[in-house]
Design a protein around this ligand. Structure first.
Ligand SMILES: Nc1ncnc2c1ncn2[C@@H]1O[C@H](COP(=O)(O)OP(=O)(O)OP(=O)(O)O)[C@@H](O)[C@H]1O
Ligand SMILES: [Mg+2]
Length: 241
């Protein structure tokens, strides 16, 4: 069977600076695929090329049997890819339920149906009891889960998560890990996550890819990748994981 997502030789430069060079990888349906690498390695830029924020200078993105290279963000979303943003950006003046309903309106025309779907997503993210709060009043762990709920509400087959565990305490990280495992098991979701929190990467990922200076330097099972000499020197700083 063809992979759900296949990225082939994508590259992106900003004013001559190569942010991503010739990166290829493939993700199978229902896989959890981790992307790690130092700050500035090109991880978010790679997501932006998949999600349609930037068109790749070169290369292709295939999803669910279609070429989606250069699709605009709303078309990528329609194709079945949801995403979160590294800098969380809820509508602060809207309630939690309203924020997620905005996402659900991608998949549902009727507001009532969107609101119901949004409530389901909130329950999956353990945010049901916060639905009438203003997003601006949420704690960081709740805001991170709101961000995932908003992406989930668009009805994706695959979700791109950009550092949804950054800044969380270990107990909150573990809670997010359990929630994401449940999304895969119960909702059949495929997950690609960028993450610095190695505890979460190791617990969740079936496979991990390492980016460094815009290039893929390793890919494989998490236990093997963290022992790879190139990864140890360039990213993990020689620390045993
Ligand atoms: N819109 C942009 N305009 C100009 N340069 C950019 C833009 N987006 C990213 N870059 C540059 O591209 C390189 C890769 O950035 P990117 O945000 O993809 O890294 P990252 O791996 O996500 O890092 P971090 O772990 O800090 O989030 C960096 O040098 C960054 O400054
Ligand atoms: Mg980033």
């Amino acid at each position: 069977m063809a992979p759900l997502l296949q990225v082939e030789g994508v590259a992106k430069s900003f004013r001559g600076l190569r942010a991503v060079s010739d990166v290829s990888f493939a993700v199978e349906a229902k896989e959890i695929f981790g992307i790690i690498g130092p700050n500035g390695a090109g991880k978010t830029t790679l997501f932006n090329m998949i999600a349609g924020a930037f068109r790749p200078d070169r290369g292709q993105v295939q999803f669910d049997g279609r070429d989606i290279t250069g699709f605009r963000p709303d078309k990528v979303c329609d194709a079945g890819i949801g995403r979160t943003f590294q800098i969380v950006q809820p509508f602060a003046e809207l309630t939690v339920l309203e924020n997620v309903t905005v996402g659900a309106l991608h998949a549902h025309r009727e507001v009532a149906a969107a609101r119901l779907a949004a409530a389901d997503c909130l329950d999956l993210l353990e945010l049901g009891h916060r639905r009438h709060m203003h997003a601006s009043n949420l704690t960081l762990p709740d805001r991170k889960r709101l961000e995932v709920a908003r992406a989930l509400a668009t009805g994706p087959k695959l979700i791109l998560l950009d550092e949804v565990m950054a800044g969380l305490r270990p107990t909150e990280t573990d809670r997010m890990v359990v929630i994401l495992q449940r999304l895969r098991a119960e909702a059949g979701l495929t997950i690609v996550l960028i993450e610095h929190v190695m505890r979460a990467v190791m617990a969740l990922s079936d496979r991990v890819m390492v980016l460094h200076h815009g290039e893929k330097i390793a890919e494989g099972k998490p236990e093997a990748v963290v022992r790879d000499p190139a990864v140890l020197t360039s990213y993990l700083g020689g620390a045993a994981v």
